[in-house]
Design a binder for this molecule. Structure first.
Ligand code: IMP
Ligand code: MG
Length: 192
């Protein structure tokens, strides 16, 4: 029995788990194979959109047998904790020279499409040899911009999800699964 004033485990804040750890691990292997085949004989620059893609990219690149370079682009997509902005802000940009390079851009989730379409345009302007995108989650939502990812982990319903890199106010990224927060926790303050 926990003392009354102790912090609950982040896992206890979930209403429902929609993608569990075993499903993620199985899909990581399959996605790794798809990417290895798509880029056979080539080197790829993997660009992670952070913070959200950190965990997914860390696990996915360890399934890759092709040579890769890794870099990150830091983007802020949220006006507050749950409302996406129309024009995501680039906070820290790519340092690798991507000219003539095969680029695989990876994000945690495709929602309105604003983030991936914005970052894709930035990368396309750097004249890569090719550009493909990969997301862990594809949310069934009304996109603001028409955008489809080349590699998708899971299709999910239009719900705000956390875990395995996805956050609510920078919390819950460490959860090994993906789930929906309890309704009373979906609006700030999460903890007073
Ligand atoms: P988009 O620009 O609307 O496609 O959203 C992409 C970004 O919004 C992602 O990089 C995520 O960081 C964030 N995001 C979208 N939906 C969710 C969610 O359900 N939970 C947590 N973050 C989300
Ligand atoms: Mg986020």
């Amino acid at each position: 029995m926990l003392p009354e004033n102790s912090m609950p485990s982040p896992l206890e804040d979930l209403d429902k788990i929609i993608v569990d750890e075993a499903m993620i691990n199985e899909r990581l292997i399959q996605l790794g194979e798809e990417i290895n085949i798509a880029y056979e004989g080539k080197e790829v620059a993997v660009i992670a959109i952070i913070n959200g893609a950190i965990i997914f990219v860390a696990d996915l690149i360890r399934q890759l047998s092709i040579p890769i370079q890794l870099d990150c682009i830091r983007v802020s997509s949220y006006r507050d904790e749950t409302t996406p902005v129309q024009a995501p802000e680039i906070i820290d940009s790519i340092r690798l020279n991507l000219e003539g390079v095969h680029v695989l851009l990876i994000d945690d989730i495709l929602d309105t499409g604003n983030t991936l379409s914005r970052v894709s345009t930035i990368i396309s302007n750097l004249n890569p040899a090719s550009l493909k995108t990969c997301v862990l989650l594809d949310k069934h939502t009304k996109r603001s911009v028409d955008f489809d990812a080349d590699f998708v982990g899971f299709q999910i319903p239009d719900e705000f999800v956390v875990g395995y890199g996805l956050d609510f106010a920078e919390r819950y990224r460490q959860l090994p699964c993906i789930g929906i927060l309890k309704p009373d926790l979906q609006n700030p303050p999460v903890w007073a």
